[in-house]
Design a protein around this ligand. Structure first.
Ligand code: SAM
Length: 260
């Protein structure tokens, strides 16, 4: 064991992650709501507003968005909505990339039923590993978002390096992820909840204790806010001070990096 966890090799972790998300693809919202008491919706909303991305009126070119680990499209559609409502941007493009075909299929179903399916073909779904993104050329994107995805990567630093590679100079990397609670009292309650109650809820709601157990452990293993911030810098990004924003005592956090 490694810090008390079973050590899994790369191939096993990829298979494990694939399995977890294939299992949860269809009741994905239920799972998220259960896990966070619906708060993930507020976090996502805040993330999108904070980023405030979109082609400004009078700008010369539309933006190219890339939402990685985009799953069911929550963030992607939210970003397009924000850009259109706030800036009248109806021409920027969106690529939703995810390693899991079942999550992408769910995203496509939602897309087809949405107003974004307007014949303009601005939205593309792409099966890709975020660590490498072979199908995405260097310096081809303006905004890279990833929400609740990067902790599932086998090699997080490779994912960050790839984010840097695919962004144009001036491009922005933005990550929303479960993180570490900074208040001991809140943390005590949070740990009790996530290690005790949450797997039980997984069992009862989805009859799938193991997937929920995996999620809890993946959150615990994810680097602390400052360490993750250092990794983003290491990939080459400029990270504006103070490096991150905690949401709900650090249950989640937002990290932003700029490719100068
Ligand atoms: N961004 C969406 C949201 O916030 O609702 C989905 C988040 S979901 C918890 C995590 C997603 O990460 C899954 O769809 C999973 O398939 C994807 N994922 C895991 N490892 C990945 C990798 N190496 N490359 C790309 N996507 C990955």
């Amino acid at each position: 064991t490694h810090f008390g966890y079973r050590t899994v090799n790369t191939e096993d972790k990829e298979k494990l992650v694939r399995g977890v998300f294939s299992l949860v693809a269809s009741n994905y919202d239920v799972m998220n709501d259960a896990m966070s008491f619906g708060v993930h919706r507020l976090w996502k909303h805040h993330f999108i507003n904070r980023l405030d991305a979109g082609m400004r009126p009078g700008a010369l070119k539309p933006l190219d968005f890339l939402d990685v680990a985009g799953g069911t499209g929550d963030i992607a559609f939210g970003l397009l909505d924000h850009a259109s409502k706030n800036f009248g941007d109806v021409s920027s493009t969106m690529t939703v990339a995810d390693i899991n075909p079942d999550m992408l299929a769910e995203g496509k179903v939602r897309y087809e039923a949405s107003k974004w399916n307007d014949g303009s073909n601005r939205v593309t779904f792409l099966e890709q590993n975020g660590e490498t993104m072979d199908a995405i050329p260097d310096a081809s994107k303006d905004v890279y978002t990833i929400a609740f995805g990067i902790r599932n990567f086998t090699n997080i630093q490779a994912g960050l390096n790839t984010a840097y590679r695919v962004l144009r100079p001036g491009g922005v990397f933005a990550c929303l992820e479960f993180s570490h609670v900074d208040n001991p009292v809140v943390d005590y309650a949070y740990q009790a909840y996530s290690f005790g109650l949450l797997p039980l809820m997984g069992q009862l709601i989805a009859n799938d204790r193991d997937s929920y157990q995996y999620l809890v452990e993946s959150i615990r293993r994810f680097p602390k806010q400052d360490d993750f911030s250092s990794m983003i810098k290491k990939a080459g990004f400029y990270v504006p001070e103070p490096g991150y924003e905690n949401l709900t005592f650090g249950v989640a956090s937002i990290h932003i990096g700029v490719k100068l």
